[in-house]
Design a protein around this ligand. Structure first.
Ligand SMILES: N#Cc1c(N)n[nH]c1-c1ccc2c(Cl)cn(Cc3cccnc3)c2c1
Length: 239
């Protein structure tokens, strides 16, 4: 997969050189190219924003630099067209399912806006996805792009080591993950649940499923409606 990121703060994307995404880049599983939007301005002040029509607070990002940037980037891979993702507070909610969908794309381009947003005509002309990573307000699209790209990168083939797999993820079965423990067996008087040290893999699986169901019921009951629950699951929830 190739991912291009357009931003006025390229340094914001430096974490993409670290850890899991960094290793995927080293392996060649993921290629990330970061672009400074100001490279497509033509005035001496490298202006990317202007006052909003209709008045109101803040500034809006001008269409011309964005269109020039996206036109050049989209033309850089003849015969191919990128899926253009625009993080925005007004976007559809990001989810594991959407991450899985994006992970199947060969080429993503992320438009990281700032100020009050990007001129809507550019978004209308170029965006395939307008995505929000949650119901809170950020100052721009860069952090959202980091979140989306990490969630997508970990789903790419070979990125997660043999000991982990995306199938075991929280949300992969539509439920929240069960609690996890490691050594020591007793820490500040708190013991690891005995079943996890029993060596009985069937019992461990049943315990984890029950804990996952109980956690989801208490913290995210909204997820249960879409989850594929067995009769045994429902017995746990009704207990
Ligand atoms: N994704 C996501 C997301 C989220 N969940 N919160 N905030 C954002 C987000 C994404 C993109 C931009 C751009 Cl461009 C400008 N701003 C600042 C802003 C703040 C309030 C109203 N309008 C714009 C962005 C905020």
């Amino acid at each position: 997969m190739r991912a291009d990121v357009v931003t006025i703060f390229p340094a914001y994307l430096e974490p993409l050189g670290l850890s899991l995404v960094g290793k995927a880049r080293e392996r060649g599983t993921l290629e990330v190219r970061t672009h400074d939007l100001r490279a497509w301005t033509s005035d001496v002040h490298r202006t990317v924003d202007d006052a909003p029509y209709g008045g109101g607070p803040g500034m809006v990002m001008r269409p011309e630099p964005w269109d020039a940037a996206l036109t050049e980037i989209a033309a850089s891979r003849p015969g191919s067209r990128p899926r253009v993702v625009v993080p925005t507070p007004a976007g559809v909610p990001f989810s594991q399912r959407r991450a899985q969908e994006l992970a199947r794309e060969p080429w993503l381009v992320f438009c990281c806006g700032r100020y009050e947003g990007i001129d809507a005509r550019v978004v209308d002309a170029w965006a395939d996805d307008e995505i929000s990573i949650g119901d809170y307000v950020l100052a721009g699209g860069e952090v959202a792009t980091l979140v989306i790209l990490e969630a997508v990168a970990r789903l790419l083939p070979g990125v997660l080591g043999n000991s982990a797999s995306a199938e075991d993820d929280s949300f992969s079965d539509g439920l929240l993950e069960a609690p996890v423990y490691t050594r020591p067996p007793v820490w500040r008087g708190a013991e690891v649940p005995a079943v996890l040290r029993s060596g009985d893999h069937g019992a461990v699986d049943r315990w984890r499923r029950a804990e996952s169901l109980r956690r989801t019921l208490h913290r995210r009951p909204d997820l249960l409606a879409a989850a594929d629950l067995s009769a045994a699951d429902r017995a746990v929830l009704d207990a």
